[in-house]
Design a protein around this ligand. Structure first.
Ligand SMILES: Cc1cc2nc3c(=O)[nH]c(=O)nc-3n(C[C@H](O)[C@H](O)[C@H](O)COP(=O)(O)O)c2cc1C
Ligand SMILES: CC(C)CC(=O)C(=O)O
Length: 341
């Protein structure tokens, strides 16, 4: 089984440089991109001994769905830039691994096609200024069988991605399109960032669907408090993988305050910089209920399609199991914050 770093270097060789940069890169000087991983290195585990861990149980339940492990696949755009099977490969590998695939609104495969091969999947949404169109996209996802709506809230405007400017990467290659953005006439709309979205819109959003609704991209504790008060079903503590506000707090550093404000009222998922089972264990010990992985899945996909994604997910499962046992825990629920310094 190859390491994530090995899969990334294969991906880098195989991909168009501009597409690799789009995946790998972040906003501005990429300080937040680096900080996400660095914060995991800065914190260390202080394992407990003599606990008789027996056989570990990694299963988790979030927003009414069971997962074989507390690791899910983050929504990331344009999987067909990585591999011709695109989101179908990622969804199949996620199903095989028994975990949730979060389908991006910017997927290069229509959500209905994803649904045919996925097991449990959620749908990520950028609210569009055309509210009717937004409602139609939500209905498509719900009718296809999405089990939750993940509303991205860290992207009022586009982050400045210097690599994309340098590479003049603005458009998908011919033949690829953001298939969920087709309107009734079949035309593909450009994806707008939700520049005018406010808390007041959440009531409307809520009424558009019966799906549980999560907010993705919350790092301020006051926003977490407000989301819980608004009846949100879960939060993704995330800075969009360092792709939006450069200079933003790393997601792991943001976690403890959010955990304390939310106090178990809704599930918390953390994403950004998770690259190993020890990272998973650190995030869970600090209070996340699950973590998401973005780029590692894309590296697996670009390196070896469905197989590559499966490799990444199985590696994270095995490493998490090992790290859990070595920390003296049998289940994620037994991990406590005192294990992290
Ligand atoms: C290439 C790429 C595309 C992304 N596209 C989306 C997207 O369409 N919607 C979204 O909410 N987040 C998107 N994200 C952010 C991820 O969901 C996630 O927050 C981030 O990748 C986690 O950090 P990691 O890559 O360090 O694991 C994207 C990230 C990457 C790397
Ligand atoms: C279509 C893009 C806005 C997708 C995205 O969120 C990203 O590239 O980070």
């Amino acid at each position: 089984m190859r390491t994530i770093a090995e899969l990334e270097s294969i991906a880098r060789e195989r991909m168009e440089p501009a597409h690799y940069d789009y995946y790998a890169g972040g906003a501005g000087e990429e300080a937040t991109l680096r900080a996400n991983e660095e914060e995991f290195r800065r914190r260390v585990l202080v394992p407990r001994a003599l606990r008789g861990v027996g056989k570990r149980d990694l299963t988790a339940e979030i927003a009414g769905v069971s997962m074989s492990m507390p690791v899910l696949v983050c929504p990331t755009a344009f999987h067909r830039l990585a591999h011709s099977d695109g989101e179908l490969a990622t969804a199949r590998a996620s199903a095989e691994a028994g975990t949730v695939f979060v389908c991006s609104m910017a997927s290069t495969t229509a959500v209905e096609e994803v649904a045919k091969v996925a097991d449990v999947f959620w749908f990520q949404l950028y609210v569009q200024s055309d509210r009717e169109f937004t409602e139609s996209v939500i209905s498509r996802a719900a009718n296809a069988g999405a089990r939750a709506l993940v509303v991205t809230v860290d992207s009022a405007v586009h982050g400045r991605r210097e690599r994309d400017h340098r590479n003049a990467f603005h458009d998908l290659p011919p033949g690829l399109a953001a298939e969920n953005m087709r309107d009734a006439t079949g035309r593909v709309r450009d994806i707008e960032m939700p520049v005018d979205l406010t808390w007041e819109d959440l009531d409307w959003l809520r009424k558009t669907t019966k799906m549980p609704m999560l907010l993705k991209g919350v790092v301020h504790p006051e926003d977490a408090r407000r989301a819980v008060a608004a009846g949100i079903d879960g939060l993704v503590v995330s800075n969009h993988g360092g792709r939006q506000l450069d200079g933003a707090i790393s997601s792991l550093a943001a976690l403890p305050e959010i955990v304390s404000v939310v106090d178990g009222q809704v599930p918390l998922i953390l994403d950004g910089g998770v690259r190993s089972g020890a990272d998973v264990v650190k995030a869970l010990a600090l209070g996340a209920d699950a973590v998401g992985v973005g780029r590692p899945v894309l590296w697996g996909l670009a390196a070896a399609g469905q197989e590559g994604v499966a490799e990444v997910l199985e590696r994270l499962r095995e490493e998490t199991d090992t790290a859990l046992g070595l920390c003296g825990a049998r289940t994620p629920g037994e991990l406590t914050a005192d294990l992290v310094r």
